[in-house]
Design a protein around this ligand. Structure first.
Ligand SMILES: C[S@@+](CC[C@H](N)C(=O)[O-])C[C@H]1O[C@@H](n2cnc3c(N)ncnc32)[C@H](O)[C@@H]1O
Length: 246
């Protein structure tokens, strides 16, 4: 359901940090924050789609000054309630176009959130917005899945990713338009609910072209936060583009 907070309104925000997904495990978040702290290299960091501060709070704990942008007041309220959350500045707005003061040595957009921008124009605008916020030598980090089209047999659009007694979840792909959605069916006390979030899936090479349009160039592409090499079997990637000096 969409409201003024987008797809991350109160009902999502109140349960967001209870997830049992590995993305919320302490060691996974710690490695993420360590890599980002290294890339910030003593400068300020800008998180696009900061949410509840899953990554921003541990990054700030590592001594990095973090500022965030997010559409959802409900998600940001959870960040504010965390120890250290008050020290993190947040601007409410669309990260494709919202500007904040000063420059940053690091901007980052994790957990597939680039795909929340559902048009190519918005994704390109996001790269341009980031580039305008980066100091020369600064970098932009994106963590995003590789589209799972290899799991689609001809004529089929759905990729299930959760099947259980009380819930099912599946992605729907439209390969003609590059639109997709993640869909969740949950049954509680015999009553079903359905939630659908729209995305635009995007390939690594297309992201490189967006970076090029914004004046950035690829520095690294890893399979994940452990910095393992990205291969043709990698389910996702962490990519780092830099703003050239001079
Ligand atoms: C999957 S959550 C990720 C939150 C956090 N980065 C994390 O890793 O846990 C996506 C977040 O991006 C925000 N978001 C999605 N689209 C946005 C947009 N166009 N502008 C600003 N925030 C957006 C949502 O409100 C939500 O808080």
């Amino acid at each position: 359901m969409i409201d003024q907070d987008g797809y991350f309104g109160e009902s999502v925000a109140q349960r967001y940090d209870d997830s049992s997904s590995e993305m919320f495990q302490h060691d996974v978040v710690a490695v993420t924050a360590d890599v980002l702290a290294g890339l910030a290299a003593g400068g300020r960091a800008l998180e696009l789609g900061i949410g509840t501060g899953r990554v921003a709070v541990p990054l700030a704990e590592r001594g990095v000054q973090v500022h965030g942008i997010d559409l959802s007041r409900a998600m940001v309220a959870r960040l504010r309630a965390k120890p250290g959350g008050d020290a993190i500045g947040v601007t409410i707005g669309d990260f494709a176009t919202t500007t904040v003061g000063g420059t940053f040595s690091l901007a980052y957009l994790v957990f597939n959130t680039i795909m929340n921008l559902t048009t190519q124009e918005e994704q390109v605008a996001c790269f341009r917005n980031v580039a305008a916020h980066l100091a020369p030598g600064g970098c932009f980090v994106v963590e995003v899945m590789v589209p799972e089209l290899r799991k689609l047999p001809p004529g089929q659009q759905a990729v299930p990713f959760q099947t259980g007694a009380s819930g099912w979840a599946f992605d729907l792909y439209d390969v003609a338009t590059q639109q997709m959605s993640s869909n969740y069916v949950e049954v509680v006390d015999g009553r079903g609910s359905y939630r659908s979030i729209p995305f635009r899936y995007v390939w690594p090479a297309e992201l490189d072209l967006m970076a090029q349009l914004a004046g950035l160039r690829l520095r690294e592409r890893w399979d994940g936060w452990t910095r393992a090499p990205f291969t043709n079997e990698s389910p996702s990637h962490v990519s780092v583009w830099e703003k050239p000096v001079g």
